[in-house]
Design a protein around this ligand. Structure first.
Ligand SMILES: CC(C)(COP(=O)(O)OP(=O)(O)OC[C@H]1O[C@@H](n2cnc3c(N)ncnc32)[C@H](O)[C@@H]1OP(=O)(O)O)[C@@H](O)C(=O)NCCC(=O)NCCS
Length: 233
């Protein structure tokens, strides 16, 4: 078996809901838990209990970020939400806890392309914990694991132009824009007199009463990440 394929069967790198697995070609029985540690943050596989905790998260005042508020869901809907997220070999979801073991966010790598070794990033923090440097630390910590342990080569993402904070974090880590396009805005009922919208009006287009917003597609290659990391440290 080639090295990369045997790596895919290693639960320390690609955890699965199974207690039988192989490490270096040896069949092992037990449960292996993934834990990626940064200075303040710890990243682990997302568990159903984590999703229940997200009910206690805060809310964004900014209606442009409403899509990132954790939605009101019944217990049944939460279980379904969790199943949809984790039951795919091509998506991986992680919980993020801070130095006080509080659940401060979750992230995912989606559409994993095994042979091209790339995936698409998604990250959402509890609005109570944004702007404290966690997002930058999480990506810096996770990307090291992603490029070294998981042996991935490239990460891509999409970010709304109005989401200046997210864009800034991605730019700091080393992501570069590789595309720019208009997409339907998620809330066609947005109040166009809202100050948050007015401040970011140039990132929107209203055509025939339909609301569109500009999106950047960004990409980060392994070499660039480590080159910039060396300069930063
Ligand atoms: C995007 C997100 C993950 C970033 O994490 P974070 O912990 O808030 O970010 P950090 O504190 O590490 O860094 C924020 C940076 O943006 C800057 N920033 C904050 N608000 C800004 C604004 N309005 N315009 C420009 N820069 C801004 C900060 O100054 C900081 O940059 P600096 O270190 O150079 O000073 C987090 O804010 C989040 O979950 N937001 C809601 C969901 C979301 O937008 N997800 C991303 C979808 S693509």
């Amino acid at each position: 078996m080639n090295n990369y394929l045997s790596l895919l069967l290693d639960p320390r790198v690609w955890p699965r809901n199974s207690s039988l697995f192989t490490i270096n070609g040896q069949l092992i029985k037990g449960v292996v838990k993934l834990e990626i540690k940064g200075e303040r943050v710890t990243i682990r596989d997302l568990k159903l209990e984590d999703v229940f905790e997200m009910r206690n998260w805060g809310y964004h005042d900014n209606p442009l970020l409403e899509d990132y508020n954790f939605p009101h869901m019944s217990d049944k809907e939460i279980k379904l939400w969790y199943k949809m997220k984790v039951n795919s070999f091509f998506n991986k979801y992680y919980s993020i806890r801070n130095e006080r073991d509080e659940l401060i966010g979750y992230m995912g790598i989606k559409g994993i392309k095994i042979f091209r070794r790339e995936s698409t990033l998604g990250i959402v923090l509890d609005p109570n914990h944004i702007n404290k440097g966690y997002g930058t630390e999480i990506l810096d910590t996770f990307l090291r694991h992603y490029f070294i342990e998981m042996k991935m080569k490239k990460m891509i993402l999409e970010v709304a132009e109005f989401n200046k904070r997210a864009y800034r974090v991605y730019e700091k880590i080393g992501f570069q824009p590789v595309g720019y396009y208009l997409d339907d805005f998620f809330n066609q009922g947005l109040d166009l007199k809202n100050p948050y919208y007015l401040a970011e009006k140039s990132s929107f287009v209203i055509d025939d009463e339909k609301i569109y917003n500009y999106i950047y597609k960004m990409a980060l290659q392994k070499n660039r990440f480590f080159k910039l990391r060396k300069i930063r440290t």
